[in-house]
Design a protein. Structure first.
Length: 345
């Protein structure tokens, strides 16, 4: 049990560090604009707006990578000067062309070319990115990418209906812990515009956990919240990105994924709880809106690990009040998928 707790803690810590700045903005906000830093006071503002709604079943989340500009490759080939014998003054006879130096130069060039090609092969192999995965406790997937020739490069990770964007490190590596959304798990990684990697593995205990994933594009301030045993906003049983554990229900947790930088950032938060404990939990989605978002519809996507024979990606839309509007919060409740295999048994 102690080892399991350590591994789980490392998984949550890694995910929490990668999203800490973003989560801080989501949950604490700008105190001057939000009218206070007390979470309970901010949560009370949710009565200002009643515009959240579910707008579709089977919605499709589209994602891509950074646009790049193809630059035509250019090369210059230096050719050794070759002297030809000139015609004699009479024009009747010509001196014999000395082609031996030209032939030798061509052979030498071909030899050098073969050597260069032979030397470049190991470099190309070393640049080839690799993707590996391993099952972990609590139905988690440990994902590891090694792309030494792609430092600080945007990538998109996709698993079932879940998708988020991130960046490789300075040495081209990336790692994350993903809550598995199916027993037969498949994870796709899109690196730059032309590299696709995939890993498959079996997560035997994936169906032992109920999971809800919230994901969105851009810099909207969405957040996923779970409340255990009747807890209220800010209580011990309140789980969110800045407090991903409940000390009284340690098998339930929340993982944040994605980075808010670059074009079209894709962010995700996944809440997980064992099936047998799901009755102790209620889940909500919050949107903190700003004055600049007045009179706008702001959307996100919800998915779960229900029956994978059906599509469970749904778009939810929050209607922000007409302008002018003070900063506020919208709250919408989310239910677990009744089609979950463990619940139907």
């Amino acid at each position: 049990m102690e080892k399991k707790m350590i591994i789980r803690g490392v998984a949550i810590l890694c995910a929490g560090i990668s999203a800490s700045v973003f989560a801080t903005n989501h949950l604490s906000g700008n105190a001057a604009k939000a009218g206070g830093s007390n979470p309970s006071e901010r949560h009370a503002q949710s009565s200002q707006v009643m515009g959240a709604g579910l707008v579709g079943n089977g919605a499709k989340l589209q994602f891509g990578t950074e646009p790049t500009t193809d630059i035509p490759a250019q090369s210059e080939t230096g050719i050794a000067d070759t002297e030809f014998a000139a015609l004699d003054d009479s024009g009747a006879n010509t001196t014999q062309l000395d082609i031996a130096p030209l032939v030798l130069n061509a052979v030498e060039f071909a030899s050098n070319l073969e050597l260069e090609e032979g030397q470049s092969a190991p470099d190309a192999a070393a640049c080839s990115p690799s993707l590996t995965s391993a099952p972990m406790v609590d139905g988690l997937i440990e994902l590891m990418l090694d792309a030494p020739c792609h430092p600080d490069t945007r990538l998109v990770i996709s698993h079932n209906d879940l998708a988020f964007s991130a960046y490789t490190s300075d040495d081209g590596s990336f790692s994350a812990f993903l809550p598995a959304l199916s027993v037969d798990a498949k994870v796709d990684v899109f690196l730059s515009d032309d590299i696709f990697l995939q890993t498959e593995l079996t997560i035997p205990d994936a169906d032992d956990h109920l999971r809800i994933a919230l994901q969105w594009n851009g810099e909207a301030r969405f957040s996923l919240h779970a409340y255990h045993d009747g807890a209220q906003h800010g209580d011990t049983g309140h789980v969110h990105a800045l407090k991903p554990f409940d000390s009284d229900l340690d098998e339930a947790f929340l993982i944040s994924l994605g980075e808010v930088r670059g074009p079209e950032p894709m962010i995700a938060e996944i809440y997980s709880i064992p099936v047998g404990l799901s009755g102790k939990s209620r889940v909500e989605v919050e949107l903190q809106f700003t004055e600049e978002q007045c009179a706008q519809d702001v959307s996100a996507f919800i998915s779960d690990n229900g029956d994978t024979a059906n599509t469970h990606l749904k778009e939810i839309v929050f209607a922000v009040p007409e302008c002018p509007a003070q900063p506020g919060m919208v709250v919408m409740g989310v239910e677990f998928a009744p089609q979950h295999a463990a619940l139907s048994q």
